[in-house]
Ligand binder design. Sequence first.
Ligand SMILES: Nc1ncnc2c1ncn2[C@@H]1O[C@H](COP(=O)(O)OP(=O)(O)OP(=O)(O)O)[C@@H](O)[C@H]1O
Length: 246
Amino acid sequence: MKTPVISVKNLVKKFGSFVANDHLTFDVYRGEIFGFLGANGAGKTTAMRILCGLSAPTSGELMVGGYDVYSQTEQIKRNIGYMSQKFSLYEDMTIAENIRFYGGIYGLSVKERKAKEEVLLSKLSLQGERDKLIASLPLGWKQKLAFSVALLHDPQIIFLDEPTGGVDPITRRQFWDFIYEASADGKTIFVTTHYMDEAEYCDRVSIMVDGRIAALDTPEKLKKQFEAADMNEVFLKLARKAKATE
Ligand SMILES: Nc1ncnc2c1ncn2[C@@H]1O[C@H](COP(=O)(O)OP(=O)(O)OP(=O)(O)O)[C@@H](O)[C@H]1O
């Protein structure tokens, strides 16, 4: 039996009387690319923030990287990488300054930071650009850099909240090569996206509707189950079904 890296049993999160996460139950395994999908307001960010130790659940049993979400949030934060569209690199600092800054936050020594900086810049072919301000970079580069920075401390689990918003399909595809590489390295990827082509790239996909998990399986099996040609159709059929039962 595989041991889950993320284990969620009956997660409930309420804001007053509003239930944002309604008894979510799922496991995520080592090296897996787990897609967390849902329409706007379905409750994805709420659940992801709880898994990252940034917000407390109302109830449920949750373990992330072997740590308890109620009592071991500091250990969780040290063992995960987190990248969101909103929380990212400092625009008015250079590429190198950002890498050093985040290396410091993640507790790397000066020597480790220097070594990581070189590896990262060479991987991104940005050695000649290290003194450029983040503000001057195209969005696709900022995203690749933010992803690499989220990996600086070698976390075992990486949370990505809509990491590829606003860039063209080719740049998104390149970003996904980075995700595959990290997954092949044994890292677990938990990713939210609104792009259905990206849902196809995931090993398994969970689709949330109104705070609940309405479907969870591999893209192949979901397409079969919903008699759909692609994940977009799966998504639309689920949304229609939810509307019909309202
Ligand atoms: N702090 C809060 N207080 C009250 N309601 C909240 C709070 N945070 C989120 N919500 C509500 O919970 C619901 C789920 O929000 P959440 O941000 O998790 O959705 P999402 O699936 O991530 O959506 P999106 O794709 O737009 O990011 C929304 O109706 C939102 O208004």
